[in-house]
Design a protein around this ligand. Structure first.
Ligand SMILES: Cc1cc2nc3c(=O)[nH]c(=O)nc-3n(C[C@H](O)[C@H](O)[C@H](O)COP(=O)(O)OP(=O)(O)OC[C@H]3O[C@@H](n4cnc5c(N)ncnc54)[C@H](O)[C@@H]3O)c2cc1C
Length: 253
């Protein structure tokens, strides 16, 4: 049993993401067939720069459904079950999460919140609690095995004592449109620290993979140019909604 740190890897991205988004957009406005345009796109007949300019313009206008054709898949470890419970609330996504039924939790690893890590007394109590829960899990698992439960059956009941801090691993896929929405919600300082850290790491990887879509992505204030969270919750980086004297509504994506 040990403290684990977050690790995020980009496992896969739809091939030729920018060309694909460009082709999808062009099919909306172009009389011809995209299948004939596709080889020319891949050959560079329409330059990457031209494609990016076109995509940026249309995305700025609010037409974002062609972004759904490109999907990114991330592998994540070193995050808590508290995080994964929030993550899977995002329904426009696909998830495969490490099972607490099939994976023995006798020596579960855990996530230590920074505010607890830097408070010596809280840290000590937290670590003692993790040890106690580990011991309870192993004891209950043994008691169930002793009366004939299979290892999977014993694990599926013993896991009820595992904490929200228990580490989990998860694979998640989202298309670019869903990711923009995810970043708008979870890169905001109102989001809980752990899922916010995950969102920022995913955004860093997404920016490298599909810069034209994610270069200016982030919390919703980045798109709006103002903070819609109200006085009580604003982080102060942007003016509050309705507080701009110049009447501007903010920049596009
Ligand atoms: C700061 C913060 C605090 C939060 N606090 C709480 C809390 O206290 N309690 C709580 O329960 N949750 C809370 N949440 C979770 C939040 O309510 C959402 O469930 C979560 O952020 C997923 O957002 P979503 O539904 O927009 O995303 P997705 O499920 O990915 O959906 C994306 C978009 O698709 C559309 N959509 C999806 N499904 C439907 C549908 N069935 N009908 C109509 N439109 C749909 C919507 O436009 C939606 O925005 C919080 C989230 C944040 C960021």
């Amino acid at each position: 049993m040990a403290e684990k740190k977050m690790r995020v890897e980009l496992l896969a991205c739809t091939p030729n993401p920018e060309a694909l988004i460009y082709a999808a957009f062009r099919q909306c406005y172009h009389k011809g067939f995209v299948g004939e345009m596709w080889p020319r796109l891949l050959d560079g007949e329409i330059s990457a720069e031209q494609q990016r300019r076109f995509i940026a313009e249309v995305v700025n206008s609010g037409h974002t459904s062609p972004l759904e054709h490109v999907q990114l898949t991330f592998g994540v470890e070193g995050v808590s079950r508290a995080l994964s419970h929030q993550l899977v609330r995002h329904r426009i996504a696909s998830y495969s999460q490490q099972s607490q039924r099939y994976v023995d939790g006798s020596n579960f690893d855990f996530i230590l919140p920074p505010a607890i890590a830097t408070n010596p007394q809280a840290r000590q109590r937290f670590l003692t609690c993790m040890d106690e829960l580990g011991a309870a899990y192993r004891e209950i698992r043994e008691l169930l095995l002793a009366v004939g439960r299979t290892p999977a059956q014993a694990a599926e009941d013993a896991r009820f004592v595992l904490p929200q801090a228990a580490e989990t691993r998860i694979v998640l896929s989202m298309n670019c449109r869903a990711l923009l929405h995810f970043f708008e919600e979870r890169c905001c300082t109102r989001a809980q620290w752990e899922i916010r850290a995950l969102a920022h790491e995913m955004l860093r990887l997404a920016r490298d993979a599909v810069p034209v879509v994610f270069a200016r992505a982030g919390a919703k204030c980045e798109r709006l140019g103002y903070c819609p969270e109200g006085e009580k919750f604003t982080c102060g980086r942007y003016p509050l909604a309705g507080s701009r004297a110049d009447g501007e509504s903010g920049g596009g994506r």
